[in-house]
Design a protein around this ligand. Structure first.
Ligand SMILES: [Zn+2]
Length: 443
């Protein structure tokens, strides 16, 4: 129990109390030594003087200074999950916050209406007093660029302040070692491997085997990124390294970033682990914005970007990177002119912000790899012309660069960097191999 909190004492106050206590103990302990001298000084010849004096001094010292209670009321943080249809006002009501000034500020603040719309399932945290007075309010939201931001309002003195800033996060390596007893998906879950990471892992080795084909005795060693904000994990990044022993044969994959926006998986010899599509959706491509949930090394922020953005001139043809069927060709608010392709029962792709569709494009039409779907534009909510490209695996957005796009071979310079990286990651995997059971390590 935190007694300081219980007593509502500020830190320096408590320390003063302890110091007083200690000095009193010191004085009491020294009394028998000095008692006689003092006694003579006060009442010479009186045999009871020393005891009387000792008694009086103790009484005085026990009268500890009166502590004035802190002027500010107790503040504490509480949080509430956002339900479907919730507004900030509704959640504040549920939390018993009765602070009309704060509410007025919130809705007259410079924060955009979109940023104040709560996402179902999000967590709204408030700092209040016992009386329901509001001091601060925080929640996570996505800004118009799909970047995760921390929306916060807080009272500084008498002034309210509002902010929506990219999230300060740090990336740590999470390590897991699992020996299959019954089923890999179930045991990965039991070992605390997040669902998105399991999807990534399954996809990395999808060309070779399915995760649920692993048998008792097979093993999985895994290193993945966890993104930490204020000491709590808030998202997962890439699988950085994985090795799976299946029927006595080891399969290994190491994530290698081609740049800050995308990367792919390579085996220990530097060969791409996945075959991927036969081509990119845009020729002469440059990925201008990679897939989030990952830590952005330059911006030091958390990106929650559902796809990748290709920077390209307006009118550049967008081509189907693989065979499929057009499952939708329509105009949407955010995405503008958008096409969705279904490639098989598990995999679909999406192409947004098109200037226009190619002639003959309509729902239900089969397309072959290389067919033109439309042209790069800036329809929908965008800041400039680009292709926003998404890949969904069993309905979940995955990194197109690692999950579907063709993995380029490594250049000579990249091979040197890869050799160094894979050595470091191999050491971590080896550590896991020699340490059966589940461990997590902060890096
Ligand atoms: Zn995008």
């Amino acid at each position: 129990m935190n007694y300081r909190k219980l007593l509502q004492l500020p830190q320096n106050c408590t320390r003063r109390l302890i110091n007083h206590h200690l000095s009193w103990l010191g004085l009491a302990a020294s009394l028998p030594l000095f008692g006689m001298v003092t006694a003579f000084a006060v009442a010479p010849g009186d045999p009871h003087a020393a005891a009387a004096l000792r008694q009086r001094m103790v009484t005085e010292k026990l009268a500890l200074p009166a502590f004035t209670p802190p002027a500010t009321a107790t503040r504490y943080w509480r949080s509430e999950t956002v339900n479907r249809g919730d507004t900030i006002a509704r959640v504040l009501n549920r939390l018993g916050v009765r602070d009309s000034e704060a509410r007025r500020f919130l809705y007259s603040s410079p924060l955009s209406r979109d940023l104040l719309k709560l996402n179902t399932g999000a967590t709204l945290a408030v700092e209040t007093s016992d009386e329901g007075e509001l001091y601060a309010l925080r929640f996570l939201n996505d800004d118009e660029n799909g970047e995760k931001v921390l929306v916060a309002i807080a009272k500084q003195g008498d002034q309210w302040q509002a902010s929506a800033d990219p999230l300060a996060t740090e990336s740590i390596d999470s390590l897991r070692s699992i020996t299959i007893r019954r089923s890999a998906p179930r045991e990965l879950q039991a070992a605390g491997v997040p669902r998105e990471v399991v999807v990534q892992l399954a996809d990395i080795f999808a060309d070779r085997f399915a995760l649920d084909s692993l048998q008792p005795g097979d093993r999985i060693q895994l290193v993945f990124e966890s993104l930490i904000h204020n000491g709590s994990p808030i998202a997962n990044g890439n699988v950085l390294a994985a090795e799976i022993s299946r029927g006595g044969q080891w399969h290994r994959a190491f994530y290698f970033a081609h740049d800050s926006e995308s990367g792919a998986y390579y085996d220990a010899a530097g060969r791409p682990v996945k075959k991927g599509f036969s081509q990119q959706p845009v020729a002469n491509y440059r990925i201008s914005s990679g897939f989030g949930t990952r830590y952005h090394p330059v911006l030091h922020s958390l990106r929650m970007h559902q796809g990748v953005d290709y920077a390209a001139a307006p009118g550049t043809p967008i081509i189907a990177p693989a065979d499929g069927v057009i499952s939708a060709a329509e105009t949407q608010n955010g995405y503008g002119k958008v096409i969705t392709l279904r490639h098989n029962a598990r995999l679909s792709t999406l192409y947004a912000h098109m200037q226009r569709f190619a002639p003959g494009v309509k729902t239900g039409k089969p397309v072959r790899a290389g067919d033109v779907l439309g042209y790069v534009g800036s329809s929908g909510r965008v800041t400039g012309p680009h292709l926003h490209f998404e890949v969904k695996l069993n309905g979940q957005a995955v990194d197109p660069a690692t999950a579907a796009l063709p993995a380029p071979g490594l250049t000579d310079a990249q091979r040197v960097a890869f050799a160094q990286l894979s050595r470091q990651l191999s050491d971590k995997l080896a550590l896991l191999r020699d340490t059966p059971g589940m461990i997590a390590q902060l890096d």
